[in-house]
Design a protein around this ligand. Structure first.
Ligand code: MLT
Length: 403
C-alpha cells in the first residue's frame, strides 16, 4: 500500500471512560481519526467533496483484544477488504506501541453519499491511494471455498437475500445492471463452477453439483432462505436447487428459461459444440452465440451491451464450458415440477428472445400455481443486461410484494 507510515496516536485521559479505559465509543473515534489522517496524506476529503459526495459510515464493528488506558500510544494499520462501486470495507488494527499483538480491530463499511442522499460512485483516486488494484474498482467480487473449490461471488447490500444465477456461457456480471439497483436487499451473485472467476475443474459438472455448490455458498454467507433469480441455464439450476434444497428457496424469478429437457436434436447440438470446443478452443463461441443471445435491436443500437456480452462470453474457459454443456445436455425434465412449486414465482420473458419464445415462457408460468408473468419489450435472451431498467422494475415490484 502506498499510504506511508502507520498513524500513531496517544490516548488522552479525555478519551477514556470513568474507569480510565478506552471504550467502544473511544475506539470508534480513534479509528476514525487514524483513517482520515491516512486519507489526508493522499487525495483527502476533497476527493469526495469535489464530486459532491461525502463518506458515511454504514456499519462499524470493534473487537476489543487488549486493555488500553490513558497515556498508551497506539499504532494504526489500515487495509481495504472490499472495494465496490459506491461502498468499501476497511479493516483497521490498533497495536499498543511497546506491547505485543493487536489491541483492537475494526471493520467498517463506508458508503459515498451524494447530494440527494443516495449512494454515489466512490472516487477512484481514493481507491488507488489505498492500494486497490485497478480491476477491483469495478469488481466487488469475493472468493469463497465452497465444497473444496474456489467460488467467486459479488455479495453486496443488506436486507433479505436474493441469489442471482447466470446463464451460459456467461458469468455473475450478467445480473449486475439489475442487482445494483435492488438496494434494500442483500444481493449474492456467484460465478457457477467453471465460469468467471470461479475455479474450473476438469470434471464434476452436473445441475446437482451447481445446486449443491450454491446451497453450500448460502451456508457460508449466512443466507438461510433466498429469492432465487435464475436466467436460462441459471433457471435450470434454480429448478435443481428447488428440487434438492426447497427449504432454502423463498421465491423464484425464472428469467428467459424453460422447464423442459433437451430434445434428441438439442443433445446432438450440445455434443457438436463440446467437440468443437475441444478441437478449436472456445474462441468461436462469441460470434456463434451473440446473434442468438441478443435481440436484433440490441445488436444494432446497443454497442456497449454487445461489447459487455462479447467480453463475458470470450472470457470463459474450455473446461467450464464443456462441463456446462454436459450438465445442460443431461439435465432432468422439470415440467412435472412446475405444478408442485409452492413459493411465489415470477416468470420473465424477452419479447425478442429467439431461444425461448415468450409464448413458451407464458405456458411455463401458467403451469406454476399463482405465478406472475412479465414480458420485457425489446429484450432478447439476456433481459437483465439488454433492458436492465424494465427488468429491474418488474423484479423489484415482485420482491416488494414478498415483504
Ligand atoms: C443459456 O442462456 O443459459 C443457454 O442458452 C441455455 C441453453 O443453452 O439451454
Amino acid at each position: 500500500m502506498s499510504t506511508g507510515a502507520p498513524v500513531e496516536l496517544t490516548v488522552y485521559p479525555d478519551d477514556c471512560d470513568a474507569f480510565g479505559h478506552v471504550n467502544h465509543a473511544t475506539y470508534l473515534k480513534l479509528f476514525e481519526r487514524a483513517r482520515w489522517e491516512v486519507l489526508e496524506r493522499g487525495p483527502g476529503m476533497k476527493a469526495f467533496h469535489s464530486q459532491g459526495s461525502w463518506p458515511a459510515v454504514r456499519k462499524a464493528e470493534v473487537e476489543f483484544l487488549q486493555q488500553i488506558i490513558a497515556g498508551d500510544r497506539l499504532r494504526f494499520e489500515i487495509e481495504v477488504e472490499r472495494w465496490g462501486e459506491t461502498s468499501f470495507t476497511v479493516r483497521q488494527r490498533a497495536r499498543k506501541i511497546g506491547g505485543h499483538g493487536v489491541a483492537a480491530e475494526l471493520q467498517v463499511v463506508i458508503v459515498a453519499i451524494g447530494r440527494d442522499g443516495t449512494p454515489a460512485l466512490l472516487p477512484t483516486e481514493v481507491g488507488r491511494f489505498l492500494g486497490v488494484r485497478a480491476s477491483r474498482h469495478t469488481d466487488a467480487s469475493q472468493q469463497f471455498t465452497v465444497r473444496n473449490l474456489v467460488v467467486a461471488a459479488d455479495v453486496s447490500g443488506d436486507g433479505p437475500p436474493v441469489l442471482f444465477i447466470h446463464g451460459f456461457p456467461l458469468d455473475r456480471t450478467l445480473w449486475r445492471p439489475v442487482a445494483r439497483t435492488l438496494t434494500g436487499w442483500r444481493r449474492i451473485a456467484p460465478d457457477l463452477r467453471g465460469f468467471g472467476l470461479s475455479e474450473a475443474p476438469e470434471n464434476g459438472y452436473a445441475m446437482s453439483e451447481y445446486a449443491d455448490d450454491l446451497a453450500a455458498l448460502l451456508d457460508i454467507v449466512g443466507a438461510e432462505r433466498v429469492v432465487v433469480c435464475g436466467l436460462s441455464m441459471g433457471g435450470y439450476v434454480a429448478f435443481e436447487l428447488y428440487r434438492r434444497h426447497a427449504d432454502r428457496v423463498r421465491a423464484l424469478v425464472l428469467a428467459n428459461t424453460r422447464a423442459g429437457a433437451d430434445s434428441a436434436d438439442g443433445r446432438a447440438g450440445r455434443d457438436a459444440m463440446i467437440a468443437r470446443i475441444r478441437r478449436d478452443g472456445p474462441a468461436f463461441l462469441a460470434d456463434a452465440m451473440l446473434p442468438r443471445l441478443l435481440a436484433p435491436s440490441s445488436l444494432q443500437t446497443e454497442p456497449e451491451v454487445v461489447r459487455r456480452v462479447r467480453a463475458m462470453v470470450s472470457a470463459q474457459r474450455a473446461d467450464g464450458l464443456v462441463g456446462a454443456l454436459t450438465a445442460m445436455r443431461d439435465r432432468a425434465d422439470s415440467t412435472a415440477l412446475l405444478p408442485t412449486i409452492a413459493v411465489p414465482t415470477l416468470v420473465v420473458a424477452g419479447s425478442d428472445d429467439q431461444l425461448i419464445p415468450p409464448t413458451d415462457a407464458r405456458a411455463m408460468a401458467e403451469a406454476i400455481p399463482n405465478a406472475h408473468f412479465a414480458t420485457i419489450p425489446g429484450a432478447g435472451h439476456l433481459a437483465p443486461i439488454e433492458q436492465a431498467v424494465n427488468t429491474a422494475r418488474v423484479i423489484r415490484e415482485f420482491l416488494e410484494a414478498l415483504l
